[in-house]
Design a protein around this ligand. Structure first.
Ligand code: SME
Length: 177
């Protein structure tokens, strides 16, 4: 299936944006269960979708994508599909914001990455970040959604709720290893 993203209204609220995003994600994963394909399209939907919002004109998103659990080492994340500049290829569980989300299996909304112990600065432009875990019903961590912003306080509870819903759709719609 080759759905077309909906026309974007820059003045949507974050809640409206995530309602639309969820519909787009569902349409793109329909009939497709290969995880690389679905994560690649969802990274693009998130990155370009957030860029289209007036709210993020003054708070540019500079990276959006995924780290996945290394199938050969369940204590290591490896770089998955993303949009943005080249990034760190490996992150140990417990290290950085991604590693904290991996260990706790809890969403991390970091208003100022410089105040986060062990934050990994893949891109020095990043000042805030949100990381949402992807967890199978068995409790196994499959990976994380990671989004960076060039300004402080780029993300809030609306992003957490919206991205956790995206994570749930992805968990259900892909075949994992
Ligand atoms: N800042 C992240 C590392 C990944 S980059 O943001 C793409 C962290 O501290 O986990």
């Amino acid at each position: 299936m080759h759905p077309t993203p909906s026309v974007t209204n820059p003045n949507r609220t974050k809640k409206e944006f995530y309602d639309d995003l969820l519909d787009e994600v569902k349409a793109f994963v329909d009939g497709q269960r290969f995880w690389v394909t679905n994560l690649a399209n969802v990274a693009a939907l998130i990155y370009h979708g957030l860029h289209s919002l007036e709210e993020h004109k003054s708070k540019p998103v500079n990276w959006a994508g995924f780290y996945v659990t290394d199938p050969t080492n369940d204590q290591k994340l490896i770089l998955g599909p993303f949009q943005g500049k080249v990034a760190c290829t490996e992150i140990l569980f417990g290290k950085g914001v991604c590693g904290a989300a991996a260990v706790s299996q809890e969403t991390q909304v970091v208003k100022n990455v410089h105040e986060f112990p062990s934050h990994i600065a893949c891109d020095s432009a990043s000042n805030s970040e949100i990381v949402v875990p992807l967890v199978l019903p068995s409790g196994k961590l499959i990976g994380v959604i990671d989004i960076d912003c060039e300004e402080l306080e780029g993300f809030n509870d609306d992003d957490k709720v919206g991205l956790e819903a995206v994570a749930k759709i992805l968990i259900d719609s892909c075949d994992w290893w």
